[in-house]
Design a protein around this ligand. Structure first.
Ligand code: AMP
Length: 450
């Protein structure tokens, strides 16, 4: 494999890369960086965890190191689907451009317009934005995109899921056609293919094998969950989750628990906390300050369990997550790959455990079809008994009481279970995913309260 020094990046950038502790470029960096430095468009088909962020930030910084920004005309633009991902790209810029004087602005929800306006007025080298917020600024006449020399679209497949494609098209059209485009997507849906055919010019295509097949360091398993009582299914499922966490014992240093629905993210997190597992939720309905705080404490190791929805977690760079628990089988098979990609990063060992109930069977088979392999399965009843055994063996050392293990999860009232299940199901509007407007999807908690 090549060395970073073979990549024709400027010495100041190479120094920053060295300080970041990277020894060799990852496969996507090895291929995308030289092409981008040559001024070519790049189409990167790769996921988070492959080092794709540096594969576009490093050549951009190299290019931007020459020349100066003009007022209200950013020289480069990075579009990201979520605020967290945008903030993460901004951090990457800070790391790799620390030896250069480059300015940047971050246009994301939850960050004040005013401060960003001041920065943009002065002129920025890099503008990192979510599409909606960028268009807001543009429409307020605060921004000109005619000076954009390089435009990056990150996680285009997620943009598609979130309904951002029309915004992306519009933004493409606002930038000069001579711009260089670096475009990244984990998958190539027909709509994405169409966009790249329209807006990229003879791109160098760099495809990196799916992480799930590439990352042999993730130990995967699935627990086939059969509730003992249909009317207690939700609480039994949360109980199973706790048992699975217990089974992993001290090996589980930190974990992300993924739920399909935002309401379940909240419920699961509350439930875990109630039982003494330190957890916090992260999803799109929480305010930005709270999300940032939660992420920070998870990164710092102060928070052990992050309960997340797909959109909120997409692309988050959290080093050394020991475990991923899929509380639900994801509806989109690709999301499984993204979810488990949070663990087993950079060759570290990781464990991914999924709970699958009868209703999830079809989605589960889609996941296996995508992976082209079988995920080892256990039965929830086997899991219960072995959990009990291990628990009994380790009671003292793990300081969890038998009572806790045997007590069903009570914090969510299950009296009205039929209504409860119905509202949980109603809460998801198929096809709208995370972006179900509030008025269509009154939260489950609200309904319970009413
Ligand atoms: P990304 O796919 O951009 O989210 O990057 C995943 C993780 O890999 C991040 O924590 C990066 O800091 C790290 N990383 C990126 N490039 C390299 C490299 N060449 N060597 C080691 N780690 C890297």
């Amino acid at each position: 494999m090549e060395l970073f020094s073979d990549l024709k990046l400027s010495p100041k950038i190479l120094k920053a890369v060295k300080d970041a502790g990277y020894e060799k470029p990852t496969p996507i960096q090895e291929k995308a960086i030289p092409a981008a430095l040559d001024g070519k468009d790049v189409l990167g088909i790769a996921q988070t965890g492959t080092g794709k962020t540096a594969s576009f930030t490093l050549p951009m910084i190299n290019l931007l190191s020459r020349g100066r920004a003009r007022a209200r005309m950013p020289r480069s633009l990075v579009l990201c689907p979520t605020r967290e991902l945008a903030a993460q790209v901004a951090e990457n810029f800070d790391t790799y451009a620390k030896n250069l004087k480059l300015s940047k602005a971050l246009l994301i929800g939850g960050v004040s317009f005013k401060e960003q306006d001041i920065l943009i007025d002065k002129g920025v080298d890099v503008l990192i934005a979510t599409p909606g917020r960028l268009i807001d600024h543009f429409e307020r006449g605060k921004l000109l995109l005619t000076g954009v020399q390089v435009m990056v679209v990150d996680e285009a497949d997620r943009m598609l899921d979130m309904g951002f494609i029309p915004d992306i098209e519009r933004i493409f059209k606002l930038t000069p056609f001579t711009r260089q485009t670096l475009f990244f997507s984990a998958t190539m849906a027909p709509e994405i293919e169409r966009i790249t055919n329209t807006f990229l010019s003879a791109p160098v295509r760099v495809e990196i094998a799916r992480q799930a097949t590439a990352s042999e360091s993730i130990k995967q398993s699935v627990v086939m969950f059969k509730p003992k009582r249909k009317d207690k299914e939700a609480s039994e499922k949360r109980q199973l989750l706790r048992h699975l966490i217990d089974l992993e014992g001290t090996n589980c240093t930190n974990a992300i628990v993924f739920c399909n629905r935002k309401t379940d993210v909240d419920i699961c997190s509350k439930s875990l906390n109630k039982y003494g597992y330190q957890a916090a939720p992260i999803h799109g309905d929480l305010d930005q300050t709270k999300r940032t705080e939660t992420l920070e404490s998870f990164r710092e190791g102060d928070l052990r369990i992050l309960v997340a929805s797909d959109v909120a977690a997409r692309g988050l760079d959290i080093p050394s997550v020991s475990h991923v628990f899929n509380f639900d089988v994801p509806i989109q098979a690709e999301d499984y790959v993204h979810r488990i990609g949070r663990t087993g990063r950079a060759g570290r060992e990781g464990t991914a455990i999924m709970i699958c109930n009868n209703r999830d069977q079809k989605n589960f088979l889609n996941v296996e079809a995508l992976l082209q392999k079988e995920i080892p399965r256990t039965n929830s009843s086997d899991e219960y008994s072995s959990a009990k055994q291990i628990k009994n063996d380790n009671l003292k050392s793990k300081s969890v009481s038998t009572e806790e293990y045997l007590t069903p999860d009570k914090e969510i009232k299950t009296k009205n279970t039929k209504k409860h299940q119905k509202s949980e199901n109603n809460n998801r509007i198929i096809g709208l995913g995370e972006h179900t407007p509030g008025f269509l999807s009154q939260s489950f908690n609200d309904r319970l309260a009413s």
